[in-house]
Design a protein around this ligand. Structure first.
Ligand code: IMP
Ligand code: MG
Length: 313
C-alpha cells in the first residue's frame, strides 16, 4: 500500500465504487468489457503495439485500511509506459471518469495515464503508423511490420551514425529510385553535416534471365570522381541489383563508397554485398509502404507492412 495514499485522510460517506471489469458482452470476446476496448486492442495488435489488459488497479480511497474505491485502467502499453482508459461516452457523461483520472494523477503522480476518447486514440495511433489510411482501407495488407515511429527512430540513428562517421567530409548520397524516396528524404534530414549532396539513379532490372543485370534509365548528374559516396537503398533482397550498381559506381572512381540500406532481407541474399548501414533486418516476406510498392501501390503508407500472400504472383 503506497504510504502517500495511506497518509491521506479517508473521505467518509463515499460509496465503495470498485469498478466491475472483465464482464464480456454478447458481441465482445472476453476479457473485454466493451466494444471500444476490443477495437483498440485489435488496432494495437495491427500496429504491433504491445498491450496488457487491466493489469493493475489503483486504490483511490481507503477506509480504515480497506480499499473502498479503486480504478482499473483498461490498458497498459509497456512501450510507452502508459495506462489508457478508453471511453466512448459523450463529453457530458465523462465527469465521473474525469474525477477518477484527477485522483489517480494526484495520488500517483509518476503514473502516466490517459483518458482516450475515440478521436484521441485515433490520434495516438496516427503516431504509430495509423496514417492517412485506416486498416480497413488497406485490406491487401497482412500486418504492419515496422510502425512509422519505429522507422523514424531508426532512420534518426542511422543519420546520427553517418554524421559521426563522415565528420569533416562532404559525402554525396546517391539514391536508387523510386523506392528510396521516403527513406532518402528522412535520412538526409538526420545527417548533420554542413554539406551532403544528393543525387539519384534509376535502373531497370532485366527480369527473367536471373542474371540480375541492370539497365540505367537515369544516370547520375553529379561527377563522383574522388567523392565520398553513400549509396542509399530501400531494400536489399538478392543483392543482385546492388551488386551491379556498386560495380558501376566503382568504375567512376569515387574516393570511398559505402551502402546504407533501410531493409535487409538476409535470407534471400545471392550476391554478397557489404552493407555498412542497415536499418532493419526483415524476414523473407514481400513488404510495401514507406516508398516501397507493389505494382505502384502502397508507396504512400507511412509504415512498412507485409503484403497478403495471395496477392503475390
Ligand atoms: P535485389 O536485386 O533482389 O536485391 O532487389 C532489390 C530491389 O527489389 C529493391 O530495390 C526493390 O525495388 C525490390 N524489392 C525487393 N524486395 C522487395 C519487397 O519486399 N517489397 C518491395 N520491393 C522489393
Ligand atoms: Mg529499388
Amino acid at each position: 500500500m503506497p504510504s502517500a495514499v495511506a497518509a491521506k485522510p479517508p473521505l467518509t460517506g463515499t460509496r465503495a465504487r470498485i469498478p466491475v471489469t472483465g464482464a464480456p458482452t454478447g458481441e465482445v470476446p472476453a476479457p473485454f468489457a466493451h466494444p471500444a476496448e476490443y477495437e483498440l486492442a485489435r488496432i494495437l495488435d495491427f500496429y504491433g503495439i504491445e498491450w496488457q489488459y487491466e493489469p493493475r488497479s489503483f486504490p483511490l480511497r481507503y477506509d480504515y485500511g480497506h480499499v473502498v474505491e479503486a480504478f482499473t485502467p483498461d490498458f497498459y502499453l509497456p512501450d510507452l509506459n502508459m495506462y489508457v482508459e478508453v471511453t466512448t461516452l459523450k463529453t457530458g457523461l465523462t465527469a465521473e471518469k474525469n474525477r477518477k483520472m484527477r485522483m489517480i494523477k494526484q495520488l500517483y503522480p509518476d503514473v502516466n495515464i490517459k483518458l482516450l476518447k475515440k478521436r484521441d486514440y485515433l490520434r495516438l495511433l496516427a503516431k504509430y503508423g495509423y496514417g492517412p489510411l485506416e486498416p480497413q482501407q488497406v485490406p491487401d495488407i497482412d500486418r504492419v511490420l515496422l510502425t512509422a515511429t519505429k522507422i523514424q527512430r531508426r532512420v534518426g540513428e542511422l543519420g546520427a551514425r553517418i554524421s559521426l562517421d563522415y565528420a569533416g567530409r562532404e559525402p554525396v548520397l546517391i539514391g536508387v529510385l523510386r523506392g528510396v524516396l521516403c527513406f532518402m528524404s528522412d535520412l538526409m534530414r538526420h545527417i548533420s553535416l554542413p554539406a551532403a549532396a544528393v543525387d539519384f539513379m534509376s535502373i531497370s532490372s532485366y527480369e527473367g534471365n536471373g542474371s540480375g543485370a541492370v539497365r540505367i534509365l537515369k544516370d547520375l548528374d553529379e561527377n563522383i570522381k574522388g567523392r565520398d559516396v553513400i549509396l542509399v537503398e530501400d531494400i536489399v533482397d538478392t543483392g543482385m541489383t546492388l551488386n551491379h550498381i556498386i560495380e558501376y559506381l566503382q568504375s567512376k572512381r569515387p574516393a570511398s563508397l559505402s551502402v546504407c540500406a533501410l531493409l535487409d532481407k538476409q535470407a534471400r541474399r545471392i550476391a554478397n554485398v557489404p552493407l555498412e548501414y542497415v536499418g532493419f533486418e526483415i524476414p523473407d516476406e514481400f513488404v510495401v509502404g514507406y516508398g516501397l510498392d507493389f505494382r505502384q501501390r502502397f508507396r504512400n503508407l507511412p509504415f512498412i507492412a507485409v503484403l497478403k500472400h495471395d496477392l503475390l504472383p
